[in-house]
Structures are given as structure tokens and as C-alpha cells.
Write a protein that binds this ligand. Structure first.
Ligand code: PRP
Length: 210
């Protein structure tokens, strides 16, 4: 029996994928309970599931510690790990955008030196390079909206889901970079060696996509 290991993103994407894996009979309800436990097994021990920080999920997949991962497209774009993206799960949809106060539009159009705060330094760097503007990228680890609010940066590059955080802080989307959603990623060696098992899971999930 092949064992299949899943690395799932903790946080905003976790609930939806746990529900989908429950429907496929891969995991038990135990994961929905409030617990600090990190590693779970299916009753028959065929499936091992662990929860990791989203940015770490591609690392576990690249190193073959997990066969299958669920992570946002934003994280895949930022982390640039060697993983195979096999399915758009179509939940956790949000936009990657440049945002700031309304008056930052002029600065963005002027191509002058722009200060950008972000959790996504690679994405931000590439975007400003592609749009031929010089940007000083400042990496933050959370509450990125503080950048323009406290004067650390002119704009931010961040994900916008409901838009509530921007709105409540007087900020707005100025430029859209990409639409992102949850993706299924796999380790390329696992895909070859455990093809049948992995394909069954991909097909099962495909049938559930709304
Ligand atoms: C994300 C993102 C925005 C917010 C967007 O942060 O960085 O701050 O959510 O969501 P909204 O458009 O629905 O308001 P997250 O909640 O993951 O926490 P963090 O700021 O600590 O990274």
C-alpha cells in the first residue's frame, strides 16, 4: 500500500480543503476539532495529513516530504519552489494588487522611486520591473496595510479578498497584478511513482469544484 502524505496550508484555506478531503473519505472529523495537533492519519493509515504555514507548503512538496499540497497561487508565485501545479481548486479566490491612498496613483504613473511594503517581495519586484518602474521593496510579515498608514511606504502589494481591510483603512486597489486561488500541487517524483493514487485524488477533487 502506497502512503500518501498531504501538506495543507493552515489558516484561510484550511477549512475548505479539509471539508473536501472528508467528502472523499480521506480524513476523519478529528481535524475539525479545536486541537494543536499537527499530524493526522486516516483510520487505515493510508493517508497522512499535516498542517503547515502556507509559505512552507511548497518546501515540503519540493523535498518530497509530502506528495500533495494545497496552497494559494500567490504563495506558489512568491516561493518559486520546484513543484508541479495540477489543479485550480477555485476557492480562496482573491486578487493580488497594488494598493494605497488614492493620491498614490500619481506617483505610480510618474515612474519615480516608489516605496512598496509587501509580504511578497519577489512578486512585487517582478511586477515593478515588468511595468518598468523603479521600486524599493520593503518586506513585511503581516498587517502590510500599515505601510502607507504610518508612512513606511507609498503603496503595498498584497492580496485583497473582501476588500474590507483596505476600505476600513482608507486605502484602495490601484493596480491589479493577478487573480489567485487555492491550488493543488504535487511532488513530481510522487506523481510518477504514485500516479494512480494521486490521479484518483485529483479526479475526486475535480468533481467537487464549484
Ligand atoms: C490578508 C492580507 C490583507 C487581508 C485582506 O492578511 O494581507 O491584510 O488579508 O483581506 P480582506 O480583503 O478580506 O480584508 P491576513 O488576514 O492573512 O493577515 P496578516 O495581515 O497578518 O498577513
Amino acid at each position: 500500500m502506497n502512503t500518501i502524505t498531504f501538506a495543507l496550508s493552515k489558516g484561510r484555506l484550511a477549512q475548505e480543503i479539509i471539508k473536501m478531503l472528508e467528502t472523499l473519505g480521506i480524513l476523519s472529523l478529528e481535524m475539525e476539532e479545536q486541537t494543536r495537533k499537527l499530524v493526522f492519519y486516516s483510520a487505515d493509515k493510508k493517508y497522512k495529513i499535516f498542517l503547515a504555514k502556507p509559505t512552507d507548503v511548497p518546501i515540503y512538496i519540493e523535498y518530497g516530504i509530502a506528495d500533495i499540497g494545497v496552497v494559494g497561487k500567490d504563495t506558489i508565485m512568491e516561493e518559486k519552489r520546484s513543484v508541479t501545479e495540477v489543479l485550480d481548486l477555485k476557492f480562496g479566490s482573491c486578487r493580488l494588487a497594488v494598493a494605497g491612498f488614492s493620491d498614490a496613483k500619481k506617483l505610480l504613473a510618474s515612474k519615480k522611486n516608489i516605496r512598496v511594503a509587501t509580504k511578497y517581495p519577489n512578486i512585487a519586484k517582478e511586477y515593478f520591473l515588468k511595468t518598468k518602474r523603479y521600486a524599493e521593496i520593503i518586506k513585511l510579515n503581516g498587517s502590510v496595510e500599515l505601510g502607507p498608514l504610518v508612512g513606511l511606504s507609498d503603496v503595498i502589494v498584497d492580496i485583497v479578498e473582501s476588500g474590507k481591510t483596505l476600505k476600513e483603512n482608507g486605502l484602495e486597489v490601484i493596480e491589479e497584478i493577478a487573480n489567485v486561488s487555492a491550488r493543488l500541487i504535487v511532488n513530481s517524483a510522487s506523481l510518477k511513482v504514485k500516479y494512480e493514487d494521486i490521479n484518483l485524488i485529483i479526479e475526486g477533487l475535480k468533481g467537487m469544484i464549484k
